[in-house]
Design a protein around this ligand. Sequence first.
Ligand SMILES: CC(=O)N[C@H]1[C@@H](O[C@@H]2[C@H](O)[C@H](O)[C@@H](O)[C@H](O)[C@H]2O)O[C@H](CO)[C@@H](O)[C@@H]1O
Ligand SMILES: [Zn+2]
Length: 297
Amino acid sequence: MTPSRRMLLVHAHPDDETINNGATMARYVAEGAAVTLLTCTLGEEGEVLVPELELLAPEHADQLGGYRIAELRAAMEALGVTDWRFLGGAGRYRDSGMMGSPANEKPRAFWNADLDEVVAHAVAVVRDVRPQVVVTYDENGGYGHPDHIQAHRVAMRAVDAAADPAYRPDLGDAWDVAKVYWCCVPRSVMRQGIEALAALGEDSPFASLGEVDDVPFAVPDELVAAAVDGRAHAGRKDAAMRAHATQITVDGPFFALSNNLGKEVLGTEYYRLVRGDRGPAATPEGWEDDLFAGLDA
Ligand SMILES: CC(=O)N[C@H]1[C@@H](O[C@@H]2[C@H](O)[C@H](O)[C@@H](O)[C@H](O)[C@H]2O)O[C@H](CO)[C@@H](O)[C@@H]1O
Ligand SMILES: [Zn+2]
């Protein structure tokens, strides 16, 4: 029987889901909600942090995408997520590389995809899953990665199109998503994380994140709508991060990507509400503590 509470997360690469929403996903799975992950690319253009796997990189054997499918499978097992899909099927859209990199020009790059085609693939998933809640990135993709920006565009257009009965009825009955959230980190929380990193001292394996204002996905606290306390599931998030070993180094409560920018493995994850009605204030800051708050799901 399909759970009454259903959420869909739209992400660009394998690892984004865990970094941004790993604790949230694990919590809602544990609470019996249906959690579906839609990943837009295989992450073929990523760097490789595991020395013995470095020949998988795009400039060598170009096999990283396939390998990251296995990493994603292990991460989903760690979080308890059983419904995870690739947009248009595994391998349809290629990781576009960082903004301005030569990979942006590759013909199959997600950044160059025909948006109408991509949105149709996404609408098919929305109308199949029928989520009350959709989670994706803000309009800058969090930090300006082209695939994140494209994933944001596809998700937002798919939410609108899926609700329109006149749009592609062959893709399923219209479905109106009740609430749409964008991932974020409150500036106040980011500031605490930077101070925690600094306290590790110069010999920390994780470089500091710099100043709060330098962190593009840190937003003023007043823009935040929800804080999901997933600390009871932080162990699952930690295991899922470790599953993405080619992309993420985890050391205790901190993790870093290949640019060594360290962040704290946050058990509490934060969201901006951009569609739908905000549920009742449930935290000292006046935020929701449940993405399904206010819904009779
Ligand atoms: C978290 C995320 O979106 N990772 C992307 C990103 O990876 C970055 C990229 O390899 C960059 O060169 C590094 O300096 C940085 O540390 C990485 O986070 O871009 C990759 C290429 O598009 C992508 O595969 C990866 O998932
Ligand atoms: Zn990404």
